[in-house]
Design a protein around this ligand. Structure first.
Ligand code: DX5
Ligand code: ZN
Length: 218
């Protein structure tokens, strides 16, 4: 059985206690830390930028999975790389220069991710084949945590695994033990989960529930 990576999103964390929150996730078995960067333009919400990523970098050793929900991300990818991002994901809908930005991420020595919103077909990624290491399928409209999983993401994950070899397929939005089972069965490699992990009384159990799609491993 292949390993499913769990990338908890800190969007639902207590930002005043970010150090403790990130360290707790690391201790509880998270594989990556998912950092949602929002600019109030590409999505109707604002979160944080490079200084916060830099601070998180100092607190944990886990790879930082930085999801840029910003217009024209090419302006900032070098700064996020310098701040300590390991994987930098941009949205295919966010720039006219997708190839150029993906190349820029690679030139910084980082892994490049390319994301589609729920209404964007997975075929929108095919022109960029070979330029990205990870496809991020959004299973909610980007902008907010705590939304309901959109089931059409399942077929998109299956299609992404057929279309692109040698990449990781990641899913983001509305993931809990139940929806994790659907995306794992479709072949997903990395699951992002925010509210289902951050609101759980036992975060270690919540991370394992997402990783195993609710199945207990004895
Ligand atoms: C939404 C963000 C997600 C969000 C997921 O725009 O990209 O990473 O934090 O949160 P949940 O798991 O609560 O849907
Ligand atoms: Zn995200």
């Amino acid at each position: 059985m292949k390993k499913i990576f769990v990338s908890p999103s800190i969007l639902s964390a207590d930002f005043a206690r970010l150090e403790q929150e990130c360290k707790a996730l690391e201790k509880c078995g998270a594989d990556w830390i998912h950092c949602d960067v929002m600019d109030g333009n590409f999505v109707p919400n604002i979160t944080f930028g490079m200084p916060v990523v830099r601070s998180i970098r100092r607190c944990v050793v886990l790879p930082l999975d930085v999801h840029l929900m910003i217009d024209d991300p090419g302006r900032y990818v070098e700064q996020f790389a310098e701040a300590g991002a390991d994987i930098i994901t941009i949205h295919v809908e966010s720039t006219q220069n997708v190839s150029q930005v993906l190349r820029k991420i690679h030139a910084c020595g980082k892994k490049a991710g390319l994301s589609v919103k729920p209404d964007t077909p997975i075929g929108a990624l095919t022109p960029y084949r070979g330029l990205f290491d990870l496809a991020l399928i959004m299973s909610v409209e980007p902008g907010f945590g705590g939304q309901q999983f959109i089931p059409s993401a399942v077929g998109k994950i299956r299609r992404a695994k057929q279309l692109f070899s040698d990449i990781l397929v990641e899913v983001d939005g509305g993931i809990n033990a139940e929806t994790a089972r659907l995306v794992i069965d479709a072949g997903v490699d990395v699951v992002v989960a925010g509210s289902s992990i951050m609101s759980a009384p036992d975060r270690r159990a919540a991370i394992e529930a997402v990783r195993n799609g609710g199945k207990t491993t004895l």
